[in-house]
Design a protein around this ligand. Structure first.
Ligand code: ZN
Ligand code: ZN
Length: 266
């Protein structure tokens, strides 16, 4: 059930942004908060999400950051967070003493340094490990705070991971950006919530194997027999209601398009 309260049967999912591939009008790109036991995990930090994060939480309250892949619509605001962590005159925590754990594909430290500092001179003073503690993702399991996280490579243009979060007996699966693939079916199997990307409608022309259509996401949710389907990452040029209708035709359970600022419980 969608709620306006801070509750996700002990876990809360907050949507900072969900616009697919690029931001849209008043619509940041991908970004989510997953919270339990007082632990706040940021998942993606796409274009525009730091503004929304500041509207709902103190960015210094993040306990960890997780990135599925390094396309701008999933990580562009990392640079803005870096400015905040380096230059805020009166931070509530000391960012150098409490480096933020960042879980991301292995290219993240170089990619983020280049994003933050435009030339070698600037980069000499911008080793991001002063305020971040980077952990390279690989397929497999790890614990991040109270969450057990299974990472699986999915089908996209670059190194990309889908995630299965388990907290106690509840599971939330996030597809990240992906085309249809067997790994995704395995990851989503029996999840309580599937937070799934559907960038476009099935009829739109598109590269194959890069993103899901509404129909493909609905079919995935049906095959995996998930408890609830939350649709995200619809491109701003796509008719979101048409994507929803496609998914609904294939999956007959609880289904919704996520929106910026929405909160969901498990
Ligand atoms: Zn994307
Ligand atoms: Zn992508």
């Amino acid at each position: 059930m969608r709620c306006s309260c801070v509750k996700l049967s002990d876990v809360l999912l907050t949507v900072l942004g969900c616009s697919g591939s690029t931001p849209g009008p008043q619509a940041p790109s991908s970004g989510y908060l997953l919270e339990a036991d007082g632990f706040t995990l940021g998942v993606e930090l796409g274009n525009g999400t730091l503004a929304e994060l500041q509207a709902v939480r103190d960015p210094f309250a993040l306990d960890g950051l997780l990135f599925s892949h390094l396309h701008p619509d999933h990580c562009a605001d990392f640079s803005a967070l870096t400015v905040l962590r380096r230059w805020h005159p009166n931070p509530p925590v000391d960012p150098w003493q409490q480096r933020l754990p960042v879980y991301a594909p292995k290219a993240a430290p170089t990619r983020f340094a280049a994003q933050y500092a435009p030339d070698e001179v600037d980069r000499d003073g911008a080793d991001l490990t002063d305020v971040y503690d980077f952990h390279a993702l690989a397929p497999g399991d790890r614990d991040i705070g109270p969450f057990h996280v299974t990472a699986t490579r999915v089908a996209h243009l670059c190194e990309t991971y889908g995630f299965r979060f388990t907290y106690r007996e509840r599971t939330l699966v996030y597809t990240a950006d992906t085309g249809v693939c067997d790994a995704l079916d395995e990851l989503a199997d029996g999840a309580d919530i599937l937070l799934g990307e559907a960038t476009w409608t099935h009829a739109e022309s598109r590269p194959v194997g890069v993103h899901l259509s509404g129909r493909e996401l609905g079919e995935l949710a049906a095959r995996a027999n998930v408890g609830r389907l939350l649709i995200t990452h619809v491109a701003p040029w796509t008719d979101a209601d048409a994507v929803l209708a496609e998914a609904r035709a294939a999956y007959h359970g609880d289904i919704a398009l996520v929106t910026k600022g929405a909160k969901y419980d498990l």
